[in-house]
Write a protein that binds this ligand. Structure first.
Ligand code: SF4
Length: 427
């Protein structure tokens, strides 16, 4: 049977789709198809973090239902958890399965021989593997729907994560991206019942032998503790020096109303502490445009603050009203026109930051993870800069010299192993 998979949203979702894909293909129940129109099974793993994410998933469900009615359609993920009726409405024949039952999907579709895998051994079509270590968020950000969908904090046991990563390294996966809904809240115990927090987990993972590096998906600024910074500074590139630290707003008034638990001043101080010890660490951030009640002055203050933080890039997103959240109930929602224009200002700032990020890297050497394909070779630097390569060096790691940039794009030549010693290394 041919199976088509489509994932929306975060890296946790990507990981969960991969785990399902591996179960179905390893048991020879299905082979992967990139075309939903000719597939026998279509799986959509949805996200509901914004209205846009809902609509994208519903549109695809409708399309599959219309163009390939004979296929078995499964819709799972956060939208399936929050609003199964909307999916059923869009695609009446779909089997809608919430997050809690995701693991039962093979059995529900008759794949009884699926191996009981609690881990993955590769990442289909990618040279980097996302590894989920944690689930759930219990914070109360007033705009966010996630705590009502994935409310329970849970952490995978250290031994399970470690053996999954060792398997991925053995299968020549050079970069492991640790992901979770609130990654920094990882808390588990090992076989000797010792308590392992997020930094403790990283310390243990660094002891795994082999040539690999760890990258961290989104962390909160309050996770950037002195202990974490000390670990990052002595990891010597084994943890990629590139962090994604959501700010959301640079205005204290807006942060407070968002239910965020830090001030702009706190964010600045932690970033200074990080940069003092890890000066080349790239920092990216989520910033929101148009939170209810955000005045022109609040937005200007936020924009100024974002500029001062010297981020390497932004992920700007528009405020999206989510049912049942505290922000949804506010009476001071902004007109769409204002939200769009603020989002455009943030996007313009992001383009400028990414252009600077690419141009500052020119002349440096970096160890990349090779991505793309022989006809279009690309790589990802330690600091999360994407580079186009002059030739395909084969899978795995390669050393490159970044020789030029144009707008947001950087271009690099692949170096013979020894030549790198002649250039400054920019992590
Ligand atoms: S920390 Fe806030 S924004 Fe992030 S998932 Fe939790 S509630 Fe949502």
């Amino acid at each position: 049977m041919k199976a088509f998979f489509k994932t929306y949203g975060c890296r946790v979702n990507q990981y969960e789709t991969e785990a399902l894909r591996e179960k179905l293909t390893k048991s020879r129940f299905a082979e992967v198809s990139e075309d939903f129109a000719s597939a026998d099974l279509c799986v959509i793993n949805t996200c509901t973090v914004t209205e846009e994410a809902d609509q994208d998933a519903l549109r695809l469900a409708r399309k599959i239902n219309r163009r390939n009615p004979a296929a078995k359609l499964i819709v799972t993920g956060c939208l399936a958890e929050r609003d199964p009726a909307a999916i059923q409405n869009a695609a009446p024949g779909a089997l809608v399965i919430g997050n809690k039952d995701k693991k039962n999907i093979p059995a529900l579709i008759g794949c009884t021989s699926a191996p009981d895998l609690s881990s993955i051994t590769g990442f289909w079509g990618h040279s980097r593997a996302f590894v989920k270590i944690q689930d759930g968020c219990d914070m109360g950000c007033s705009f966010c729907i996630i705590p009502s969908i994935r409310p329970n904090l849970s952490a995978r046991p250290f031994e399970e994560i470690s053996s999954e990563i060792q398997g991925l390294i053995k299968n020549r996966c050079p970069e492991i991206v640790l992901c979770g809904i609130r990654l920094g809240r990882y808390l588990s115990t090992d076989l000797a019942s010792r308590r392992i927090d997020f930094v403790g987990l990283l310390e243990r993972l660094l002891e795994i032998p082999g040539d690999f590096r760890i990258r961290l998906s989104s962390l909160e600024i309050t996770d950037v503790t002195d202990r974490f910074i000390a670990l990052l500074s002595r990891a010597d590139g084994k943890i990629a020096p590139s962090l994604h630290l959501p700010l959301q707003s640079g205005s204290d008034k807006t942060l407070k109303e968002m239910g965020r638990w830090y001030t702009a001043g706190f964010y600045r101080r932690r970033l200074e502490a990080l940069r003092e010890k890890v000066p080349n660490c790239a920092v990216f951030s989520d910033v929101m445009a148009g939170f209810p009640g955000e005045s022109d002055a609040d937005f200007e203050e936020s924009l100024r603050f974002i500029g001062e933080m010297k981020f390497s890039g932004l992920h700007p997103f528009r405020y999206s009203s989510r049912p049942g959240t505290a922000a949804e109930k506010r009476a001071d929602h902004l007109p769409e026109k204002i939200i769009l224009s603020r989002a455009e200002s943030l996007r313009a700032l992001d383009r400028q930051l990414r252009t600077d990020f690419a141009s500052h890297a020119v002349g440096s050497v970096s160890r990349i993870v090779v991505e793309g394909r022989p006809g279009k070779p690309e790589g990802l630097c330690e600091n999360f800069l994407s580079v186009s390569l002059d030739r395909y060096p084969g899978p795995g790691f390669a050393w490159v010299r970044i020789h030029s940039s144009k707008d947001l794009n950087a271009f690099a030549e692949v170096l013979p192993q020894r030549a790198r010693e002649n250039f400054p290394i920019v992590r």
